[in-house]
Design a protein around this ligand. Structure first.
Ligand code: B1M
Length: 228
């Protein structure tokens, strides 16, 4: 038997909007979100789909803050988006021009949010960067040791909790103490990030995943992302 959403999709063809997608995430409806996402990725670019995910999760976050949603809803919203993201194909985003390099990616210690980091990984991969994704809650020591071992010249760090942001400084300090600061660049992103992050000794901050990828490409083109 066809579900209500599936028949709605058949009736409407590709008439779903980004707002429908956002509402399905806010409404914690995995089935609806995946069906709509499948249609939207063809009609809108991936950037628009990612923006919609960010807007919807912002609203989920607000609902959590004002007590309308609880932790269980926050967890559910994350799961809805993870399912939808499985359907996003970033091939069309790909820019394979110029040089690339290897990026060590991690969500910093104390923080387990990974949706934004995973989007950055998807976009970097489609731009032919090699990705070493260390996951979430990763210490400064593990991040720098991994970059050193693998010869990565870009360290991409994500943080959504304001309490995790000082970890950026720990990574920069460890990189410096290992004598690697001159050879590697640190870029940070995530909801807790602003221009103020530059005070932690990082090289760049990005408001969106697309901005972050642009910076990495720029570094690669200038030769700073490749092993010497
Ligand atoms: Co949590 N959470 N959460 N959460 N959560 C936030 C971050 C919060 C703002 C919600 C709120 O209160 N409004 C709040 C933080 C408050 C603060 O620190 N100021 C919060 C809280 C409090 C918590 C807990 C403490 C709740 C609790 O346990 N009581 C807990 C902490 C756990 C921990 O980390 N130790 C917690 C847990 C969780 C879940 C596990 C349930 C779930 C995460 C699931 C997952 O990631 N797998 C969750 C969720 C879903 C959220 C919100 C609602 C959505 C986050 C998200 O994925 N956004 C979030 C509210 C919000 O952010 N507005 C919230 C979408 C994602 C695409 O955006 O990651 O910002 P973002 O990525 C963007 C850009 O920032 C950029 O690219 C992406 C696309 O453009 N970007 C980069 C990200 N990383 C980048 C790196 C780059 C470049 C760009 O270069 C390397």
């Amino acid at each position: 038997m066809k579900s209500a959403v599936a028949s709605l999709s058949n009736e409407k063809g590709t008439n779903f909007t980004l707002s429908d997608f956002e509402e399905s995430i806010i409404g914690l409806d995995t089935e609806k979100a995946t069906i709509i996402c499948k249609e939207l990725k063809a009609s809108f670019g991936v950037e628009k789909v990612f923006d919609a995910i960010e807007r919807a999760l912002d609203i989920v976050g607000q609902k959590y803050e004002n007590g309308e949603y609880f932790l269980s809803e926050l967890i559910m919203a994350g799961e809805v988006v993870k399912e939808a993201l499985k359907l996003v194909d970033t091939t069309n985003f790909a820019d394979r021009s110029g040089k690339t390099g290897t990026v060590v990616l991690a969500t910093v210690k104390g923080d387990i949010h990974d949706i934004g980091k995973n989007i950055v990984a998807m976009l970097l991969r489609s731009s032919s960067f090699g990705i070493i994704d260390l996951g979430t809650d990763v210490s400064a020591e593990d991040i720098v040791d991994s970059a050193k071992e693998r010869g990565a010249r870009i360290l991409g760090l994500s943080a959504l909790l304001t309490t995790s942001v000082p970890e950026f400084g720990k990574v920069a300090n460890r990189l410096r103490s290992q004598g690697l600061k001159e050879h590697a660049k640190i870029i940070v992103g995530g909801a807790a990030v602003s221009e103020k992050m530059m005070e932690y000794g990082v090289d760049a901050w990005a408001k969106t995943a697309v901005d972050g990828v642009r910076t990495c490409r720029d570094w690669a083109t200038r030769g700073v992302a490749n092993e010497s």
